[in-house]
Ligand binder design. Structure first.
Ligand code: NDP
Ligand code: 2IT
Length: 448
């Protein structure tokens, strides 16, 4: 795709000048602008109301120092951020990531995408993301606690249960959310809804931990149905072995699919007859454990110190669930050669633009993260509702709501495909459907 519309081109060129080093952010905006150009062409009101200029500028970025004490009694210092990108659709909402690759550019791309993802859920949540370049790997519980307390000592000034509600992302699960929540409470008194993804005994929502992975598979089910197929007997490549990957894998298996691979940043375990998810669970419980320690006596199970995308595995479906830009052009071609017909993004922006081009040329089914991984933030928003109502729904009720919302997102994509003659280009469809909603809200509110 190209950028032909003069307004779109002008805003993008200006953005590249003012954000020259923010490569991930520019990548996300470029992909989005190319997709929505067709809508901008239809109506000059978007330009009149400066919609694009306002959409690419975060409403606020908070950047702060995080000093903390390690187990050797030494002070370490990291950088913390919260990017409050867009509140048109409600209170800022989005995860917190702890990973050494976190930069302002990464968080801006994630918060930008979150704005549109959250709009697709039809729940009242705006877009945000936060995090730190802190590396939790190899740190003790005590160090994690010290870090989280210090992070929240500063962040607490800028968030609130009706204002900005963080949750988890890479490197941030229930343990970290509990520590963050504890410090928020200490400083501000009890505010149940200020973080989501809490453990259920702290009134987190049942089903939040599983939600992103399960939601991804509910979305997959809708896609398979359109193609007159089902998960039964399908071979599924999954990357990553964290929160999203693991629960996606469990749901695949529950619905009769065969998980043929999982990975971490060092290694991949694979077997075309299926891998043992109980082994992955054991590795997950001890976070210091790695895929290379996967225990098996099955001669056909192989473990290699390679990315899953660099290994030839015959499969029907691929679910990238690790991190951004994990699939390049060559790796996308390998997937096509190995028979993959469905690629659904569990991670945020895991496919490079060149990889997406390969998928589109091969005319396979492709679902962009902002549609297919929206299950996590969906149940986060349901956790906000439950906390406001001072009650807790059953797992079953949450799961039913999640399914309905994932189906709703799928239908919005199908409708945009029909309205704009997009074939099955769900990547463009998700951008168009969410853009039109947010732009309309902005125009209704005037300059906002
Ligand atoms: P976790 O921290 O639970 O797991 C991350 C997994 O991805 C680990 O297996 C990790 O391996 C691997 N990984 C991380 N970084 C890299 C890298 N640079 N190269 C290769 N592998 C890597 O995170 P989540 O499962 O929560 O998140 C995974 C993806 O899903 C992210 O893109 C996140 O933004 C997205 N997402 C998460 C949601 C949630 O609710 N948690 C909701 C929607 C999207 P290792 O242990 O070796 O680092
Ligand atoms: O990328 C995402 O959607 C998340 N990490 C979940 C955000 C949330 O607020 O639950």
């Amino acid at each position: 795709m190209t950028m032909d519309n003069a307004y779109v081109k002008r805003v993008y060129n200006k953005l590249t000048e003012s954000n020259a080093h923010e490569t991930e952010f520019l990548q996300a905006v470029k992909e989005f602008f190319e997709a929505i150009e067709i809508v901008i062409d239809e109506d000059d009101n978007y330009e009149k109301h400066a919609i694009l200029e306002r959409l690419v500028e975060p409403e606020r970025i908070i950047s702060f120092q995080v000093p903390w004490l390690n187990d050797q009694g030494k002070i370490e210092v990291n950088r913390g951020y919260r990017v409050q990108f867009n509140s048109v659709n409600g209170p800022y909402k989005g995860g917190i990531r702890f990973h050494p690759t976190v930069t302002q550019s990464v968080l801006k791309f994630l918060a930008f995408e979150q704005t549109f993802k959250n709009s697709l859920t039809n729940l009242p949540i705006g877009g945000a993301k936060g995090g730190s370049d802190f590396d939790p790997k190899g740190r003790s519980d005590n160090e994690i606690m010290n870090f989280c307390y210090s992070f929240m000592t500063e962040l607490n000034k800028y968030i609130g249960s009706d204002y900005d509600v963080p949750s988890g992302d890479i490197g941030v699960g229930k343990r970290e959310i509990s520590f963050l929540y504890a410090m928020y409470k200490k400083l501000n008194g009890p505010h149940l809804g200020v973080l989501t993804g809490k453990p259920t005994d702290l009134f987190g929502s049942y089903g939040r931990t599983e939600a992103t992975g399960y939601g991804l598979i509910y979305f997959l089910n809708e896609m398979l149905a359109v193609a007159d197929q089902s998960l039964e007997g399908k071979k599924v490549i999954i990357s990553g072995s964290g929160n999203v990957a693991y629960y996606a894998a469990r749901k695949v298996q529950e619905l009769g699919g065969i998980v043929v691979s999982m990975s971490d940043s060092n290694s991949t375990v694979y077997n075309t007859n299926g891998i043992d998810l109980d082994q992955i669970e054991i590795l997950k419980i001890n976070s210091a454990n790695r895929i290379k320690n996967y225990h098996t006596s099955d001669k056909e199970t192989k473990i290699e110190e390679k990315s899953v995308w660099d290994i030839d595995i015959q499969a029907d479906i691929a679910l990238p669930c690790a991190t951004q830009n994990e699939i390049n052009e060559e790796q996308a071609k390998r997937l096509m050669n190995n028979g993959v017909k469905f690629v659904l993004e569990g991670a945020n922006m895991p496919s490079k633009p060149e990889a997406i081009k390969v998928f589109k040329e091969a005319d396979i089914y492709f679902a962009p993260g902002k549609a297919s991984n929206a299950g996590g933030v969906t149940v986060s928003a349901l956790e906000m509702s439950q906390n406001s109502m001072r009650l807790q729904w059953t797992t079953d009720k949450v799961d039913k709501e999640l399914k309905i919302i994932m189906q709703g997102i799928f239908e919005q994509c199908v409708k945009a495909c029909e309205d704009y003659n997009l074939g099955k280009d769900f990547a463009v469809a998700a951008d168009i459907a969410s853009f039109k909603k947010i732009a309309h809200q902005m125009i209704e509110m005037g300059m906002y």
